[in-house]
Ligand binder design. Structure first.
Ligand code: ADP
Ligand code: MG
Length: 225
């Protein structure tokens, strides 16, 4: 049996704003096996994005244990976490987060540049990723010259270009119409079928149901798995 990609034990997160302390995650324990597709569903404000940010090493927990791909995340510095992030995780966000001055090609290339991959291999991977999301004919377009669904497909190409062992998607279809939502979910389902574990955050029951496992969180706790 493969090692799990994610192991979380009793993860807590408290935000301090001025004198106010709010515990937003109240002891989350969760294992994601390699190859799994799980959705995390819950109402707005229940702590989904906070949990994803911790999973993605964009933020640290206040207490608890987090093992990502056999690495104990609490034992690394900020700088080391940036490297782990770029090696281990492909992110997809609700607002696409593409750079507006760059073409689709350049947006997808950026994480590969950051990883120090040489030019010929970069080009191969960028074109391969754009082809997977069906946008090989849009490589010179800037984000403003693409529809919302196409922008999200560029963001997916960017997330997969570095071949990360885990994909995290936070409300990836939250800004899209139903046709684009279907396209995006089909691409994500195909990626998972070809082996990449996928954690998808959503507040939409119909989208959550596409996963093989649904985790429901409410007020910072898992209420159903
Ligand atoms: P969800 O993604 O489920 O809508 P979030 O994880 O974004 O929920 O937020 C959960 C709670 O944490 C909310 O009450 C929110 O106000 C609070 N919160 C989120 N981020 C911060 C932050 N950086 N500082 C303080 N409070 C935050
Ligand atoms: Mg959120």
């Amino acid at each position: 049996m493969n090692k799990p990609i994610i192991e979380m034990r009793d993860i807590r997160k408290t935000y301090e704003t001025g004198a106010l302390k709010v515990e937003v995650l109240k002891g989350i324990s969760l294992t994601v096996e390699n190859g799994e597709f799980i959705s995390i569903i819950g109402a707005s404000g229940s702590g989904k994005s906070t949990l994803m940010n911790i999973m993605g090493c964009l933020d640290t927990c206040t207490s608890g244990e987090y093992i990502l791909d056999s690495k104990d995340i609490n034992s690394y510095s900020e700088k080391e976490l940036a490297t782990i992030r770029s090696e281990k995780i492909g992110f997809i966000f609700q607002k696409f987060n593409l750079l507006s001055k760059m073409s689709a090609y350049e947006n997808v290339e950026l994480p590969l540049l950051y990883k120090g991959i040489e030019k010929k291999e970069r080009k191969r991977r960028v074109l391969e990723s754009l082809e997977i999301v069906g946008l090989d004919d849009r490589q010179d377009h800037r984000p403003t010259e693409l529809s919302g669904g196409q922008q999200q497909r560029v963001a997916i190409a960017r997330a997969i270009a570095g071949k990360p062992p885990l994909i995290l998607a936070d409300e990836p279809t939250g800004n899209l119409d139903s046709k684009s939502t279907e396209d995006i979910m089909n691409i994500l389902l195909d990626l998972n079928k070809s082996g990449t574990p996928l954690v998808l955050i959503t507040h939409d029951n119909d989208i959550a149901k596409l996963a093989s496992r649904i985790i429901r969180i409410s007020d910072g706790q898992i209420i159903k798995d």
